[in-house]
Design a protein around this ligand. Structure first.
Ligand code: TXA
Ligand code: MG
Length: 321
């Protein structure tokens, strides 16, 4: 697929200023965060937010994360209770999304929460995202900047490939350092619930707010990013593989696997899970470009960052509609 690059701008002062003005005027801006690239629009404008759903071909029932420059700005939209404030103090700015009750006087358009009474709030730490949010002066609704159900983008080129000229501006701030979407914790009820695993682990959260539970009914759509078939590359994904079948690429992890830059790729030759997380979506994008029939994935340890990595891989491998 050709990469449309006419709308890519370097994330320098001029690019950020142009992007902030575009957001304030109701436009769509893709921007880097420490997790993945987001597809942003003014969260207070129904028209602007509707353009996000359009660009992504996203089902309307899927609510969006609201990005803000600070905890203070978040507290003007969401009812931050004791637990949310403690989490914000510990992890913001950073790769954590906190679901709280909406304030009755919130200025966020109801389209963002798909008509629900909660808001998912995040203060990102990436310097480009911070500068953009401060200059735009509005809360920014942003899902990951990919077509619905596809792999999240970790570079400006991934965004251009997936969304092309459906975005007004793609701010190029290089590769996202984290590479996995934010951890999502819901503190709108009595017990905190982990809706999506990510760079911040369950134990890190529990150290701040005590017990962190799982969604009561896994069948219920609480965070549609949690749908079984999500993060899907074009190729079929086969997990816990030791060697590739004919025509398959092999995605390895650790010193026992090679990396030829083509059919044999290694998420981290030295077996470092942080490096593997940062590389995951990028390598899946690369393999998709090669049009391989399948991707055989070596076992990844189910510890630390292996938990969110395996979560994304299981969804990539789930049966498709
Ligand atoms: O790292 C990230 O979180 C990236 C960057 C751009 O911030 N964003 C991202 O957004 O991954 P998205 O839309 O791809 O995934 C957001 C998830 C979805 O599964 C959505 O259902 C859930 O957050 N979500 C949004 N608002 C929610 C709410 N009020 N309650 C529960 N889940 C919510
Ligand atoms: Mg997404």
């Amino acid at each position: 697929m050709p990469i449309s690059s006419a709308n890519i701008r370097p994330a320098d002062d001029a690019g950020i200023a142009e992007a902030a003005a575009c957001l304030a005027a109701g436009g769509l801006v893709a921007f880097p965060t420490e997790t993945v690239y987001g597809l942003g629009a003014d969260a207070c404008s129904g028209d602007a937010v509707a353009r996000i759903f359009d660009a992504k071909d996203r089902p309307q029932f899927n609510p969006l994360i609201v990005h803000l420059a600070s905890t203070e700005a978040s507290a003007r939209q969401g009812a931050l209770g004791e637990k949310a404030i403690a989490l914000a103090a510990a992890f913001w700015p950073g790769p954590l999304t906190i679901v709280v009750a909406q304030r009755p006087d919130t200025t966020i358009t109801p389209l963002v929460s798909a008509g629900g009474d909660t808001l998912a709030l995040r203060v990102p730490g990436h310097p480009v995202a911070q500068a953009l949010l401060q200059q735009a002066g509005c809360p920014v609704a942003a899902p990951s900047a990919n077509r619905s159900g596809r792999i999240s983008p970790t570079t400006a080129a991934h965004v251009a490939e997936s969304l092309g000229d459906r975005v007004d501006i793609i701010l190029d701030g290089g590769a996202c350092p984290g590479g996995l979407e934010s951890t999502i914790i819901d503190v709108s009820g009595d017990t905190p619930v982990l809706l999506r695993s990510g760079l911040i682990g369950r134990e890190d959260l529990a150290a701040v707010v005590g017990d962190v539970g799982d969604p009561a009914d896994p069948g219920e759509i609480q965070a549609p990013g949690m749908l079984p078939s999500h993060y899907a590359p074009n190729a079929a994904v086969r997990l816990n593989a030791t060697e590739p079948h004919s025509g398959e690429a092999l995605l390895g992890f650790g010193p026992g696997f090679s990396d030829d830059g083509a059919m044999m790729r290694n998420l981290s030759p030295k077996g470092d899970l942080r490096e593997a997380a940062a590389n995951l979506f990028s390598v899946l994008h690369d393999l998709d470009r090669l049009s391989v029939v399948g991707i055989a994935v070596a076992p990844i340890p189910e510890t630390g960052l292996g938990v969110p990595i395996n979560d994304r891989l299981r969804r990539a491998a789930a049966p498709r509609d």
